[in-house]
Write a protein that binds this ligand. Sequence first.
Ligand SMILES: Cc1cc2nc3c(=O)[nH]c(=O)nc-3n(C[C@H](O)[C@H](O)[C@H](O)COP(=O)(O)O)c2cc1C
Length: 259
Amino acid sequence: MRLTLMYFSPTHTTKKVVSAVGKVFFEKLLCETRIADITSLAARMREYAFGKDDVLIFGAPVYGGRVPPLLLPFLAKLRGGGARAVALSVYGNRDYDDALAETCGLLEKSGFTVCAAAAFIGEHSYSCEVGRGRPDAEDILAASTFALAALEKTATGAKINKKVRGGFPYKEYSPFMTAAKRMPAVDAEKCSHCGACISVCPVCNIAADLSDQGRCIACAACVKFCARGARAFIEQGVLAAKEKLEKNCTARRTPEFFI
Ligand SMILES: Cc1cc2nc3c(=O)[nH]c(=O)nc-3n(C[C@H](O)[C@H](O)[C@H](O)COP(=O)(O)O)c2cc1C
């Protein structure tokens, strides 16, 4: 048996959830394990093929209640080969809408049997006041509890019994989700030209002179990983979304499991 932990995680909350679930699988199975961090463009260009002896734990953040658009072609080219999969969506305490059902559907379409799925909460990409510090200790405990049940279920090779919340017709991507020119602005006085923003950008949008190549997906990696706080969103759509989230989405939401 071979275990693969695969995640797209610009601001690292999805990575934490997938790692917590994966840790339990690894400790129980003690099998060959590989990590496929598909956050970078280079990693998403590779081919990933699976077979009957594989178990995939796949995680992605929720963007606009859906799977991030840039993952659709990536998921379509995965070759599942009858492998078993666990699907995870991580959302910023608003809602995951159709994202988890969509993830399960895309994995099934690529030849996986999805045995278990769950939605977890991560600190929102646009506001540290929404889902602050999550996944936290309680979430990691929930991830371990989920993992034990998911492990048992994957051993049977059976599909999820419970209907995953969300589904067709999927929520439309808002025009904001596909709009260009959303790159967070740089404060020239704070920027030390360390290049951190360039290296964490999942779509290689930031050129060496820090100019915008028009591919920004507004994931907030360059904002969160700038040690000097030199990057900030100034685009009206993001600022309005942040304000709305801080007003309406701070009540703690809890993880949901589908097994
Ligand atoms: C473009 C974009 C759209 C988002 N849409 C949603 C959403 O619909 N619902 C929600 O609760 N969180 C939403 N979020 C927040 C992320 O899902 C959340 O912060 C997640 O933990 C980020 O994962 P990461 O740390 O792995 O990048 C969105 C974030 C971004 C960047």
